[in-house]
Design a protein around this ligand. Sequence first.
Ligand code: ACO
Length: 311
Amino acid sequence: SPAELEERFDATIAADQRVEPRDWMPEAYRRTLIRQIAQHAHSEIIGMQPEGNWLLRAPSLRRRAILLAKVQDEAGHGMYLYAAAETLGVDREELTEKLIDSKQKYSSIFNYPTLSWADIGVIGWLVDGAAIANQVPLCRCSYGPYARAMIRICKEESFHQRQGYESLLALTAGTEAQKRMVQESVDRWWWPSLMMFGPADGDSPNTHRSMAWGIKRHTNDELRQRFVDMTVPQAAVLGVTLPDPDLRWNPERQAHDFGEPDWSEFTAVVSGAGPANRQRLDHRRRAHENGAWVREAAQAYAEKQAGKQGA
Ligand code: ACO
């Protein structure tokens, strides 16, 4: 009976076990997962663009090979995540269309332009660092396919974070101009990185329910704090300043105090008015349209193979 199904679901969540695709789940749980996983998948795919912008301008063959591998990893992450979303009964094609029609979101961070080579290192350090802080707890998400995809993704993200940091170590050990380039980049990316964790807890409509369901394990503010505490000593090693006059160690809390991100900027970027929203979606739409023949050919081939097996 429906009541028994619901009881079984509640017991699975209470025992911290995994919900699998064939299990019964409340419609709202399914919808929340589709929303979050699709947004996450779209972020990986859109996130290829700001870095792809530097592929042909990387300063050496080695840096180009590393960046190319990283951008390809992101495509792979998008694919695992779309596959995880498909286990919930949606279709990848439908999700992509919702993205290009602006009916589903992707992370605010990818709406900022990459203006210097240092941005590539800073994205690895700060953006991938924030992604790891946010995503490691998702490896324990109550929905099995998402949790398993996250394990693999987090391993690759931590490699991405280290390559970014290593690239910045090289720049900060370089000339005065290189050091200035890194500082200028950190100044632009610091606040948008903090916004990646989402609105403050009081303004986050989904956190409470997602935590009760074991989808999210921490609130947005908890993860933002963890990221700040992790990043401050790394900034000191690099010799860069984080652009926040209110940032300081608070011995009572055993954590850093820090300033408030500009939430009006966050709202504007999420609702489509960021510096590169238009460009990102136009590019994605064009790529999708240009790829139509590949999908058609794959479909025709699959049908032909199915026909052969039937005969
Ligand atoms: N960029 C764009 N939209 C955001 C962001 C952000 N940084 N943060 C929150 N939002 C959206 C939420 O999707 C939600 O919108 P919706 O209800 O219309 O779907 C709204 O703002 C309110 O936020 P919350 O109630 O806090 O939403 P939620 O509980 O989903 O938490 C979070 C947001 C933390 C981003 C969560 O969805 C999550 O952990 N997602 C998985 C990680 C992810 O998507 N990472 C992508 C960037 S990292 C990378 O790809 C390298």
